[in-house]
Structures are given as C-alpha cells and as structure tokens.
Design a protein around this ligand. Structure first.
Ligand code: COA
Length: 623
C-alpha cells in the first residue's frame, strides 16, 4: 500500500494525495477490510497453482468487450523477402509451415527445454506454459466474457492430426498437413497445396468475408458466431479454423500511399516503396476491409502474414501468451525458412496425388451479411483512426546505455518519461510489462515508471535555459536554472528507483497484480450488488492510477524485426521498443481522433530527450 501511495504522488494534487493516504489507512489499517481480503488471497494461494492468473486473464483480456484488432492484438514486421514469382511465395510459406510442424512435434513430446533467468537471481527456472498455448489455440468470443480454446497435447505414442488454415483473398482453405493414417506432408507437398490456393482464390467470385467478424466488438461477434453455428457447415468451418495449428494469411500489398507520412529517424527496411510504418499497419490490422482486414481471423493466436510483394509478419492474439514467447517461436521458424535458396524449385509432382485443399464455404443468411457490413464499418473506422509510426533512433543503443552503467530498459523508460513531460508538462500513469515467468503460470506485472524521482529529474531536464549577458573571453556563457551536476544527481536517483521498481516486479513484488487480487477478492467475498467495492477502488484516484496514457513494453528480437501495438486509452500512446546494440526501434501509436496526441510529435520529443540524455551523460565526469 505504501508503494501504491507513492505511485500516485506524481499524478495527484497534494489534497488528493492526502485523501488517498486516508483511504489506504482505512482499508489496510487495523480492522480494515483489506486485511480480511488479504487472508482470502492467502487461502486462494493454497488452493490454486497461481492465485492471480484467472483474475488477471479476465481483467486484462477475456472481459474486454471492444474489438481486439488494434486494441489488443500486436503486429510484428519481418525484414521483407524478395519474391520474384508466386512459386517463391508458396515455397517460403511451405517452409514456414513445415518448421511450425517440427516445432509442434517438440511440444507434443513436451520436450521444450526449460528456460532460466539470466540475470537478477540468475538460474531460476521460468514457467513454460505460454509456449504450449501458441500453436493450435484460439480465443473464442462470448457475450459477457470470452474464453480460450487450448489444444490438448496428444498422449504418448499417439500420432496427432494437424491442419493449417490458409486465407487468401478473404477465402479460407483447410490444408491437412499431418494425418494419423498417412503421416506428415513434406515441404513439396505443402508447397503444391499453396500453389493450388494461390491459383484458385483469385478465380472465386462470391467469397463471403466472414473473417472480418473477428474484428468486431466481442459481444456482437459472439452473437453472430452463435447464429453461424446453427448451420452444420458453418459449425465445421469454425471448428477447423479454431483448432488449426495456425493461420497463414496470403495478403495483397497495401498501397504505398496508405497512411503515407514522413518516417522519422533511420529509414530501416522497405518492401518495394512501402516503408516500415506501412508494413506495420498491414500486420496490425490488414489495412481495412478494402485491403486485408477480412483476410484474417483475429481470434487466432498465430496469423502468419505473407504478402506478394515480400512483406512478411505476424498478427497475434494476446490472451494466450506474451510477445516474448511468440517472438521466440516465430523467429525460429523464420530463421529456418530463410535458409531457403533464393531460386525456388518447382515442387516435384509428388504433391499431385493429394486432394486439393478444402475451401471453407459458409451458409449465410441476410442477418449474417448485414453483420459483416457492420463489422467492416467498425474495423474500417478503427483502422482510419490509428496513428502509427515506426521510429528508428540511430543516435545510440544498448552499448552506450551499458557504458553509462545503466540498465538499458531503465534508460528507455526514463527517456519516455522525459518525452512525455516535454509535451504535456506532467507525467502520466505508465505501464511497462514485466515478465513474471519465475512463477508458475506467471505472465506480467506492471512496472510503473512515473515515479516521484523521475518527475524531479524530468522537471530539471526541461528547465528553460537562462542566458546571461556575460562574456568570458570570446565565449558567451549560458547558465541553467538547474546545474548539470544537479540534473545528473537527479538522474542517478531516478535510475536507482526505476531499477528497483523493475527488479521488484520481475521478482514478484509488483503492486498491480496484488491490487487486482484484492479488488477481485472484494467482489468474490461480497457478491451482492448492494455491497459497494471498498473506497480504494471507487475513488477517482484508482481510475487515474490505471489510466495508462503511456502503455509501454520492451519487445526484443534477435533479428531486424519489430513488434508494435495500439494505445490502450483514447488519449494515450502505445510505445514498444526494441533496444539494439547501436540503435532503438520504437513503434509509437495513438489515435487521430484524440486532440492531444500525435506520434510525430512524440517521436520528435523522444529524439530530443534521448539526445539530451546523451549530452548529460557524456559530460566530463558525467558517467
Ligand atoms: N550496467 C551495465 N549493464 C547493465 C546494467 C547496468 N547497470 N543493468 C543491466 N545491464 C545489462 C544486462 O546485463 C543485460 O545485458 P545483456 O544484453 O548482455 O544480457 C542488458 O543490460 C539488458 O538488461 P536490462 O535492460 O536491465 O533488462 P532486461 O533485458 O532484463 O529487461 C525487462 C527488463 C523488464 C524488460 C524484462 O525483465 C522483461 O520482463 N521482459 C518481458 C517484457 C515483456 O513481456 N514484453 C512483451 C510484452 S507483449
């Protein structure tokens, strides 16, 4: 509770802060309800593998009612491939699918090596559950709350049947890639199936873009799905999609003019004349109904996206796993597929004995078609509203930060605080995901970076320069309201506190999961509507503490790829960052409909902040 009070300090006025202290005292003090709720959580801990997991999963994901496209699903961009013919597309995709199947074999044998923490109490085993929830799984919409389909692993010696679903021009095809009776398709055979689809889909005239429904509001999609299920054919289609190993979306390239803007910072890679921000749009949402947004199934945990112009990436549903686990899997698949020689070989006629892939045909009524129209509207509006920018800061990267003897993660978090303060003259509740995989079924807790110490430092860094009339020799001397030494002192203090906040979180001493637990315990133990939640959770300060106008996450990759996502508040920013040795890739997002946000201005402020920090730390005696 003391940490909670401290967290609120930079966000509240003095009076409001005094009020929250009293509320906390009432809640957590002698005889307060908080103590009873804590006992309830302790008892829950005895009963469950992870007392927090279910509360957290529902709160963060399954109870969420807005569309998951943009609002929840991240998108990942890979360096584009060079495809010269359609055969190249099929060959590369076949190799990815083949690699995914090999990975699934390892999972089926439960043979994935257990990872261990490499720092901060190194050697601790990390929970691997997320890795087993990536392939063959799917989120399912519900009218009140969503649920998850998690594939069961086969028993020992049991041969699993696996299929993938390929979506091309909004049409889904099912490709069985491993069957109990005939074994596994080889790469040539998969390639032949893909070539069939790439040839067949453009000839279809009456495709029904059912996939767009998965980008709709959850309750509406749940209702639509329930109605679809009344038809046997539809029911089977849904089952095939939901239980597939993964989905591959064979996309059309977005026009280069889509969301055209000047990309800030280092240019990064291009696919033809499309820049990284354009590519990221494609991976996050598909570009709207007119382009690829119906060529998706947003509920599916893994959607690999391959575009004819060489753009490649991923859109993933977030409730099953964190980016770290998904990225590791996908990068492995990619590395294997990249070994492919540039000139693709025509598949030998070994594939020709196979029946063609099954085209999933839907039986739709007028209400379903109307729903598709409505869902398209909603998705299109969201797509149009997304202000997204990939910003490659090339001034320095991890090496410089380490040379300053600062944790790179802490460094970037403080840069984000400074960038925000420079724009808004205040800090905001900031979320950074911290992995809690040291605990069974652990996912993430929240590193709160808007500390009082960060506030003091950013205020000092933002002081205007005070110019004097003094000339010393030929030099004009500029005095600062806060000396550089003082700024450096404040920096060191902010770094110390932020580092502790980060380590506390990954070791399980974050406050957000615990507070969530207490809130849910209050609901569990006082289940009548007449019993209000404790004031701690109804006071406006609680909403403020959880209104994350900066939603951040370090998303590291071992290749030149990156991952981005949308903001979590209408007036907020999403900011993922990938710290490379000599540069940083930021994915910044906001909504155009907000009058106060702009990713261009944020990128500018971030660049200035990172440069100012370098100047501060490069002073003689600065580090
Ligand atoms: N001086 C010099 N070097 C330092 C240092 C210091 N004071 N502190 C840390 N370093 C080094 C580390 O040794 C490490 O070195 P390495 O690259 O050689 O391994 C490197 O800097 C990075 O360390 P740091 O930035 O402190 O932390 P981290 O990489 O462990 O990341 C978190 C911290 C919080 C991001 C990480 O623990 C985490 O939880 N990641 C998961 C986030 C997540 O879930 N994202 C996806 C959400 S979808």
């Amino acid at each position: 509770m003391q940490k909670y009070i401290k967290t609120l300090q930079p966000l509240l006025s003095e009076d409001e802060h005094e009020k929250i202290k009293k509320i906390v005292e009432k809640f957590a003090g002698e005889g307060g309800l908080g103590r009873k709720l804590q006992l309830y959580l302790l008892a829950r801990r005895e009963k469950l593998d992870n007392w927090a997991y279910e509360y957290w999963l529902k709160d963060l994901y399954l109870n969420y009612r807005e569309p998951i496209v943009i609002n929840s699903n991240p998108g990942m961009v890979f360096p584009p491939r060079k495809f010269t013919t359609i055969l190249d597309v099929a060959r590369f995709t076949a190799r990815l699918i083949d690699a995914a199947l090999s990975h699934k074999d390892i999972l089926n044998r439960k043979a994935l090596p257990i990872e261990r923490a490499t720092s901060r109490e190194p050697g601790q085993p990390l929970c691997m559950a997320q890795y087993y929830r990536i392939l063959g799984c799917c989120r399912l919409p519900g009218k009140v709350t969503d649920s998850q389909y998690v594939a069961e692993l086969p028993n020992d010696n049991e041969q699993a049947s696996e299929h993938v679903v390929i979506v091309c021009r909004n049409q889904q095809y099912c490709v069985p890639i491993q069957a109990g009776d005939r074994g596994r398709l080889n790469e040539d055979e998969i390639c032949a199936q893909l070539l069939y689809i790439l040839d067949d889909a453009p000839c279809q005239s009456n495709i029904t873009p059912v996939g767009i429904l998965t980008g709709w509001k959850r309750a509406l999609w749940a209702e639509a799905r329930e109605d679809l299920m009344r038809d046997e054919k539809n029911r089977r289609n849904l089952e095939l999609i939901e239980k597939s190993l993964l989905i591959v979306c064979l996309d059309e390239a977005l026009p280069a003019s889509f969301n055209c803007r000047l990309q800030k910072g280092g240019k990064g890679f291009m696919a033809g004349n499309r820049d990284e921000s354009n590519l990221a749009h494609q991976m996050i949402h598909g570009g709207g109904f007119q382009f690829n947004s119906a060529n998706r199934w947003f509920d599916k945990t893994v959607q690999l996206i391959i575009s004819g112009d060489g753009a490649c990436g991923l859109c993933y549903e977030h409730s099953m796993a964190e980016g770290v686990a998904v990225i590791q899997l996908i990068e492995n698949l990619w590395k294997q597929a990249e070994l492919l020689p540039t000139a693709s070989e025509v598949p030998s006629n070994v594939g020709s004995h196979l029946p063609p892939p099954e085209k999933l045909e839907w039986f739709l009524e007028a209400t379903d078609l109307k729903r598709i129209e409505d869902a398209s509207q909603v998705v299109d509006n969201l797509v149009k509203d997304l202000d997204f920018q990939v910003f490659r800061f090339t001034g320095y990267g991890k090496d410089f930060m380490k040379s300053c003897k600062v944790s790179p993660d802490v460094f970037v978090q403080l840069a984000l605080q400074l960038a925000y303060y420079k724009l808004y003259g205040k800090l905001t509740a900031t979320y950074e995901s911290a992995s809690t995989r040291r605990f069974l079924l652990g996912r993430v807790d929240c590193i709160r970076s808007a500390t009082p110490e960060a506030l003091e430092w950013v205020m000092a860094m933002s002081q205007p320069k005070e110019e004097t009339d003094y000339d010393i020799g030929n030099k004009k001397v500029t005095f600062h309201l806060v000396s550089d030494d003082r700024k450096y002192e404040l920096w060191c203090e902010a770094v110390k506190v932020q580092t502790k906040e980060m380590v506390d979180n990954i070791l399980g001493h974050g406050i957000d999961i615990h507070l969530l637990g207490l809130r849910e315990a209050a609901k569990d133990t006082c289940p009548t509507a007449a019993t209000p939640l404790p004031e701690l959770f109804t006071d406006p300060s609680y909403r403020l503490a959880n209104k994350f106008l900066l939603s951040t996450s370090q998303v590291s990759t071992s290749t030149n790829s990156f991952m981005g996502y949308g903001p979590v508040e209408p007036d907020g920013y999403g900011a993922s960052y990938n710290i490379k040795t000599d540069h940083i890739i930021f994915c910044l997002s906001a909504f155009w409909s907000s009058e106060v946000t702009s990713t261009s201005r944020f990128a500018q402020s971030l660049e200035e902040s990172l440069n100012a920090m370098q100047v501060l730390l490069n002073r003689p005696n600065g580090t």
